[in-house]
Design a protein around this ligand. Sequence first.
Ligand code: FPP
Length: 252
Amino acid sequence: MAAVNAELDESSYLAQIDLDRLPCHIAVIMDGNGRWAKKRRLPRIAGHRAGIRAVRQAVEACARLGVPYLTLYAFSVENWKRPHAEVELLMKLLREYLKKEIGELNEQNISLGVIGRISELPAPVRRDLERTIEETKGNTGLRLTLALNYGSRAEVVDAVRALVAQARSNGEIEIDESAVSRHLYTAAIPDPDLLIRTSGEMRLSNFLLWQAAYSEIWVTETLWPDFTQKHLFRAVTDFQKRERRYGGLGLE
Ligand code: FPP
């Protein structure tokens, strides 16, 4: 007899998912690349490289399910504090990913978007992002958003600056929740329903603080490079068992 808490396989989790109640937006804090590499006595960048495999797994799982939005926290405003060589290699990996994946994105009808202070990224990275965004903009399936040079507090500061600039130019200012939301980088994206974090840390790490107000949070001990479609399907099955009350009583 199988143990009660035994892990199921990918197809068993997939079979449990109710496709009529999918999360509309899944956001992921991809954490644990460094620890994955350390466990194998490899340089940290080997962990990031292996992390790309997991990116493909997450993207493919969302595309298979028909989840409309997936947002991945790929580089935070705080990540510049890492050694220069690691930052350079992360940028290189991102460019490699964009070049290699463009065909697959188009094949799977996926469009690319970005959030963050993109103008501060190195010019070659910006060019590759712009090209991929342009070449996938007609796709109508999954919207894959990469959070790059992203920080939630910086995003709120940018939104406030934009609101003030608008008020200065037209002399009126009306600030409510919807005005703030409209000035965030995520203006065109619904708030995440499900927020996944790998490697067991229980933190938001300056990711989508405003937008995640009512997100269901799902944390796995699995390190990001070991994340597979099975983990995403499992997160969605757990999500579907939760009752979302948005501060109310959850009564009909
Ligand atoms: C966190 O692991 C991961 C990152 C800071 C970068 C994530 C980047 C990738 C998965 C590769 C590039 C991404 C794309 C979308 C092409 P960590 O280094 O903080 O791990 P640690 O906490 O174990 O040190």
